[in-house]
Ligand binder design. Structure first.
Ligand code: COA
Length: 161
């Protein structure tokens, strides 16, 4: 039986922190479903389609990674996709409380679902999509924070004029 996991997020846009988790998870799963949440309360810069395309580019179209967007509950989408393992990253102690609560709520909703917490690489722990967007908005250098195709998409969104 191939081992499959799901990694959900808003990915607005995908950063090197997300890519690090994707790469690490592929060391113990055969296939990873990256699920792009499209009904989140966050106002996003990129459309679900753009976020999906950028993830595919950032993973260099790795055939082990499938990228789909979804609406509704993550656990429902996971079940629909036939996945029983959810991957989450714990960047700092401050992530823990929220992640713990979400994992328990997901377990309440779908007891068969298991959440696996991963430790990201130290040099990506300070990265978040909103900080990347903010740096890009004011034309700061994001080249070491995101994949080149994401950098290009950000430059297009925030032209220097
Ligand atoms: N490296 C870099 N950045 C990371 C990261 C990592 N390893 N892990 C998380 N982040 C960033 C994200 O980019 C995000 O940044 P932002 O707030 O600036 O956009 C931030 O840290 C928070 O990440 P996360 O908690 O994963 O939020 P999210 O918005 O990306 O995803 C969902 C949240 C989509 C997983 C969650 O809201 C969800 O499951 N929604 C569907 C409805 C549902 O099922 N709700 C849960 C019921 S318990």
């Amino acid at each position: 039986m191939p081992r499959v996991a799901l990694y959900a997020g808003s990915f607005d846009p995908i950063t090197n922190g997300h890519s690090d988790l994707i790469r690490r998870s592929l060391s113990f799963v055969d296939r990873l479903v990256v699920a792009v949440a499209s009904n989140i309360s966050k106002q996003t810069l990129f459309t679900p389609e753009e976020r999906t395309d950028l993830i595919r580019a950032a993973v260099d179209n790795d055939p082990r990674v499938s990228v789909q967007h979804f609406q509704g509950l993550t656990v429902d989408f996971a079940k629909q996709a036939g996945v029983l393992m959810i991957i989450r990253g714990l960047r700092a102690a401050s992530d823990f409380e929220y992640e713990y609560q979400m994992a328990l709520m997901n377990r309440h909703l779908a007891p068969e679902m298991e959440t696996v917490f991963m430790v990201p690489s130290l040099d990506t722990t300070y990265i978040s999509s909103s900080l990347v967007r903010e740096v890009a908005r004011f034309h700061g250098d994001v080249s070491s924070l995101v994949h080149p195709s994401v950098e290009a998409a950000l430059i297009k969104k925030f032209p220097k004029t």
